[in-house]
Structures are given as structure tokens and as C-alpha cells.
Design a protein around this ligand. Structure first.
Ligand SMILES: C[S@@+](CC[C@H](N)C(=O)[O-])C[C@H]1O[C@@H](n2cnc3c(N)ncnc32)[C@H](O)[C@@H]1O
Length: 246
């Protein structure tokens, strides 16, 4: 959140800080990444986090049990070029400045603030990739508690979008959501599975995206109109013209 705050409120400080780190690394990228990572774990400096995000494997943030960032560097790449990063940061700041409030609280705490014109986007930790020994919990989120939260959103007619699990080839991740035609599932193709390719299989990964009925009504899409593109309580793949309307 601190990084977002800096990007939005002080974009030029972030741009310059990132450029300095990126330039300093040239010729000693591997060693420099470890120095920055140690520094970030000591100080929590958000600009160092941005550098780590740009350089780490698959941009995937990982922390160890002591809360330290421990993802390795992708040493085939130097990280996003500072000029392009500058453009991204300015665009994000321009879009969000004065329009957002950043908070870091339990998801259930924002429920009272949802107004009737709001659209809620939920991106919880995926069950399929983070389930431990007990599949009802994932990334610290209790499945039943999350389901009853969704239930309360549906009862209140909240327009929401939920990204949640998916499948690779025929393997479906996670528990299904028990909402019948209150939720419309879409599968978004997100590329070939690296793991399956390594194993000689040609499997495509799909991410699931659910839209609440209230959202569809708001954007004027009726279930009948969607019949060939979506289907209630099941999945269909997202036809691209639909994506434009979301
Ligand atoms: C899939 S990630 C979201 C990624 C985010 N959309 C992005 O693009 O960076 C899931 C997030 O849920 C957060 N999370 C886990 N438990 C939570 C809870 N009880 N309340 C709110 N957020 C939670 C995790 O910290 C994690 O950042």
C-alpha cells in the first residue's frame, strides 16, 4: 500500500528512485538484486519493492514465514526500462490521484461503504494454488466465511466481479461456488501452462471470472442475451466483444 501511495502522490520521486536503482544494477544485476532485497527487508522502502517486483521471477511476490521478501530474480531480464516504468507510473497517478482511498483491512470491513452505484472487484487468494493441508482455508481466507460474504452481497444486490480459481486442461481448482444463476461464470484464457508444457502436455490455463447478476442488469446484459456466451451456474468462454462492454 505504501508503494501505491507513493506512486499516486509522489510519482516523480518513484520514477527517479526506480531509475537510479535500475541504472546502478547494470553489469552486476544478480548481486545488486540481493543487496536491494536485503535492504528492502530491513527498511520496507517502497521504491526498493518496485525494483524487486520488476526483477523477480514472474513478478510473483513471495514472502517467507518471517515476512521477508524471498522471491528470486529473473536474471534473464533487467526489469522494466525506466522510461516505460515512468510512463506507467504517471498514467497510474493521473488516473487515481484524488479519486482513491487506500486501505489495508479485512475484506468484510468494506461492506458498509458499498454504495448502490459502486462495482466491487474481488481478487482473493486462489484456492487452487494456495490451499494447504486444509482445503477450506487458502491464503488465510476461510472458504465458508467468504461464501457467506458473497451471499450477503448477492442479497443486497451489489454489482461485483470476482476472479477466482480456474482450470488447467481438465483439472479444475478449488471448491465450486454454490450460487446457481446468481453468478455468471466466464473463463478467460490466460495462456499455456508452463508446467504442463514441461511435461509435454499442451494444456491451456483458464482463469475464472464471475459476474453478479446485479452487475449484468446494470450494464444491460440479460441472461437470454448471454445464452451463447455465458451460462448461469456454469462456464462459458468470454467472447471478446463482451469484454469491451464490461
Ligand atoms: C490474488 S491477490 C490480489 C492481487 C491484486 N489484485 C493485484 O493485482 O496486485 C489476493 C490478496 O488478498 C489479500 N488478502 C488475504 N486475506 C485477506 C483478507 N482477509 N481481507 C482482505 N485481503 C486479504 C492478500 O494479501 C493478497 O494481496
Amino acid at each position: 500500500m505504501e508503494l501505491w501511495r507513493e506512486i499516486i502522490e509522489r510519482p516523480y520521486t518513484v520514477i527517479e528512485g526506480y531509475r537510479r536503482l535500475w541504472t546502478e544494477q547494470i553489469g552486476r544485476e544478480k548481486e545488486f538484486y540481493h543487496l536491494v532485497r536485503d535492504d528492502f527487508n530491513r527498511t520496507g522502502d517502497p521504491i526498493k519493492l518496485l525494483y524487486l517486483l520488476a526483477r523477480c521471477v514472474k513478478a510473483a511476490v513471495r514472502y517467507n514465514s518471517r515476512g521477508e521478501f524471498n522471491q528470486s530474480a529473473d536474471n534473464r531480464r533487467k526489469g522494466r526500462h525506466p522510461d516505460r516504468m515512468a510512463a506507467d507510473i504517471l498514467a497510474a497517478s493521473w488516473l487515481l490521484r484524488g479519486r482513491v482511498r487506500l486501505t489495508s483491512v479485512d475484506y468484510a470491513e468494506v461492506v458498509d461503504e458499498i454504495g448502490e452505484n459502486d462495482v466491487l472487484y474481488l481478487d482473493p487468494p486462489y484456492q487452487g494454488v494456495s490451499a494447504g493441508t486444509d482445503p477450506r482455508y487458502y491464503g488465510g481466507v476461510d472458504f465458508e466465511r467468504f461464501v457467506s460474504y458473497l451471499e450477503s452481497l448477492i442479497e443486497r444486490g451489489v454489482a461485483f466481479i470476482l476472479s477466482y480459481d480456474g482450470r488447467r486442461g481438465q483439472a479444475v481448482y478449488g471448491n465450486p461456488l454454490p450460487f446457481g444463476d446468481e453468478l455468471y461464470g466466464i473463463e478467460v484464457e490466460s495462456g499455456r501452462s508452463a508446467q504442463a508444457t514441461l511435461l509435454g502436455r499442451n494444456e491451456v490455463t483458464y482463469e475464472s471470472l464471475y459476474l453478479s447478476r446485479a452487475l449484468l442488469e446494470r450494464i444491460g446484459l440479460s441472461p437470454g442475451e448471454l445464452a451463447h456466451g455465458f451460462w448461469a451456474g456454469g462456464f462459458a468462454q468470454l467472447p471478446l466483444p463482451m469484454a469491451d462492454r464490461l
